[in-house]
Design a protein around this ligand. Structure first.
Ligand SMILES: *Cc1c(COP(=O)(O)O)cnc(C)c1O
Length: 353
C-alpha cells in the first residue's frame, strides 16, 4: 500500500439499481415513475435561455421553497431543498447525528443508504430487526438514541406505519432528531407533516424522484420546525451554497404548480399496482401490502434469483438484493399497464404457466 493510501477513507458505497444503456428494455428496478413529469416542465425546457446560466443560481432556492411552502400550507423558513433527497438525508445525517454520543437507529431492512452515510460520517448506528413479515417494530427502538430514521412507507417492503404510531415514537424520544423519509408517501402512506408543529425534533423528507417523475432532475426537500431547518441551512452553507442549479429550481416549481396532473398520475400508478398485484398473486407471488410504487414479491415455487436472471434475459429489469434475509425477494416497480402486462407474459413463460 502506498503511503498516501493509509490516509484514504475506505468505503463500501451504496449500489444503485442499474441504468441500462440499451433501449427497448422494461425498467422496473429503481422505482422511477413510468410517466413523464408535468407538461409545465416540458415548457420550461423548451423556453430555456443559455444566457441565464452565466449567473450563479439563487443559493436560497427562494422561489421553489415558497412554492413548496404554499403547497403544504407552511412558511418558507420551514422548508429545506436539496439535490435529491439523498442530498437532504446526507446533510441531515451529518448535521443532526454527526456529533451524537449514542447510536442512530433504523430498521435492518430499509433504505440501504442509511448505514452507508453513517459509515462515511463516522456515526455509530444500530440496525433494529424488522418482524418476520418485514413490518417495523417501533418498540424495539427503545432506549436513549443519537437519532432515529424511519422510511415510511418503508423500502423495499412497501409497508406503511400510521402517523399515530410514529408520533408515539417521537414522543418517547425527545432526546434526538427523528427523520421520517417519505419518498413513497404519495402512493398510499400518510404523512407526518401535520406533526411538525408539535415536534421540534421531527424532520420530514420528501423527493420529486418517484411520485413527481423527476428522478433525473435531483430534487429533494425537508420540512420541520424553523429551528431544525435553520440548522440544515447552516450546514448546507458550510458545505456548498449552490447545490441546486437554475434550471432545476424552475422545473421543480412547474411540477408543484400542476397538482391535477400530479394527482392523476399517482392515482394511475396506484390503480396499476392493485390490478397487477392481483395478477401476480394468481401466479403464485406474495408480498406485503404495498403503500408505495413497488411490490416486494416472493414466489411460492421458483427462487427470486432465478426469476431475476430470466427476466433480465428477456429485457426486463427488476431489483434483486443478494442481502441475507431478503435474498428470495424481487422488488418490482409499478410501470405502465402495458409494461406490467409484458412483465406478466414473461413471468408466465418463466414459470411455465
Ligand atoms: C429513492 C429513495 C430516496 C432517494 O431519492 P432521491 O430524491 O432520488 O435522492 C430516498 N429514500 C428512499 C427510501 C428512496 O427509496
Amino acid at each position: 500500500m502506498s503511503d498516501w493510501e493509509k490516509y484514504v477513507k475506505k468505503l463500501t458505497p451504496y449500489v444503485p439499481g442499474e441504468q441500462p444503456r440499451k433501449k427497448d428494455v422494461i425498467k422496473l428496478n429503481t422505482n422511477e415513475n413510468p410517466y413523464p413529469p408535468a407538461p409545465g416542465v416540458q415548457r420550461i425546457l423548451e423556453d430555456l435561455d443559455a444566457g441565464s446560466l452565466k449567473k450563479y443560481p439563487d443559493p436560497t432556492v427562494h422561489d421553489l421553497r415558497c412554492a413548496l411552502a404554499s403547497y403544504h400550507g407552511i412558511s418558507e423558513d420551514r422548508v429545506f431543498v436539496g439535490v435529491g433527497s439523498d442530498d437532504v438525508l446526507a446533510m441531515s445525517f451529518i448535521t443532526f447525528f454527526g456529533d451524537a454520543k449514542k447510536s442512530v437507529a433504523f430498521a435492518d431492512v430499509t433504505y440501504s443508504f442509511y448505514d452507508v452515510w453513517c459509515r462515511l460520517f463516522g456515526i455509530e448506528y444500530e440496525r433494529i430487526p424488522v418482524r418476520e413479515d418485514f413490518s417495523i417494530d417501533l418498540n424495539a427502538f427503545d432506549g436513549d438514541r443519537g437519532g432515529i430514521v424511519i422510511a415510511n412507507p418503508n423500502a423495499p417492503s412497501g409497508i406503511a406505519l400510521s402517523p399515530g404510531e410514529i408520533a408515539g415514537l417521537i414522543s418517547a424520544h425527545p432526546e434526538c432528531v427523528v427523520i421520517v423519509d417519505e419518498a413513497y408517501v404519495d402512493f398510499g402512506g400518510e404523512s407526518m407533516l401535520p406533526y411538525i408543529d408539535e415536534f421540534e425534533n421531527l424532520l420530514v423528507v420528501r423527493t420529486f424522484s418517484k411520485s413527481r417523475a423527476l428522478a433525473g432532475s435531483r430534487i429533494g426537500y425537508a420540512m420541520g420546525s424553523k429551528k431544525i431547518i435553520s440548522y440544515l441551512l447552516a450546514a448546507r452553507d458550510s458545505f456548498n451554497s449552490y447545490t441546486m442549479d437554475t434550471i432545476t429550481q424552475r422545473i421543480g416549481i412547474a411540477s408543484v404548480e400542476d397538482d391535477e396532473y400530479f394527482k392523476k398520475r399517482v392515482s394511475d400508478i396506484v390503480k396499476t399496482r392493485e390490478v397487477y398485484g392481483k395478477k401476480l398473486k394468481d401466479m403464485g407471488f406474495s408480498f406485503p401490502k404495498s403503500a408505495a410504487n413497488f411490490l416486494f414479491a416472493t414466489h411460492e415455487k421458483m427462487d427470486a434469483a432465478g426469476i431475476y436472471e430470466e427476466l433480465l434475459n428477456r429485457g426486463i429489469y427488476v431489483r434483486y438484493f443478494k442481502t441475507p434475509g431478503i435474498d428470495n425477494r424481487l422488488r418490482i416497480t409499478i410501470g405502465t399497464d402495458d409494461e406490467m402486462e409484458r412483465l406478466c407474459i414473461a413471468l408466465k413463460d418463466i414459470l411455465g404457466i
